[in-house]
Design a protein around this ligand. Structure first.
Ligand code: ZN
Length: 154
């Protein structure tokens, strides 16, 4: 804190009195000392499911957006949701359709479970991961910490 304050005081920059014309240069150098922002946020913001119920079907209108936010294939996410819902479903363009009536909060809960099991690295808890299959076992491979953890489904 003291160091930063010192650097941000123009007349004492580098311990030498400075003319005010050097202020920008001083700011630029001071900013370089600040830690860089991470490229990706450590917290994942999952879009809330946009649900419409038509007859006996639940339509998730922003399904593709949700899958791409999680960096997962829509087919795989849908398979999981259908399993959670105990139902069947299909994909059409950007939307998914699940047989049966499910509320937005139910669908959001299914998606959160998917994220817990298939997206979040169990070691560092970051969401920057991808899936790899080896000898029929699915692993979450973390792009942040490099950990390889078998997917645990309940
Ligand atoms: Zn990790």
């Amino acid at each position: 804190m003291d160091k930063v304050k010192y650097l941000l005081t123009p007349q004492y920059f580098l311990g030498k009195p400075m003319a005010s014309s050097g202020y920008e240069e001083m700011l630029r150098r001071a900013l370089k000392l600040l830690p860089k922002k991470p490229v990706k946020s450590e917290r994942l913001t999952i879009p809330s499911a946009d649900i419409v119920i038509v007859g006996n079907r639940t339509i998730i209108r922003n399904f593709k957006t949700i899958a791409s936010t999680l960096n997962r294939k829509p087919e795989q996410l849908l398979r999981f949701l259908c399993k959670e819902a105990g139902s069947a479903g299909s994909l059409r363009d950007d939307i998914a359709e699940i047989h049966g009536r499910f509320s937005r909060s139910q669908v959001n809960r299914f998606i959160r479970r998917y994220v817990q099991s298939y997206v979040i690295c169990p070691v560092c808890k970051r969401p920057d991961t991808h899936l790899e299959k080896h000898e029929r076992i699915l692993y979450i491979v973390c792009d942040a910490c490099g950990a390889r953890s078998p997917v645990i489904t309940r």
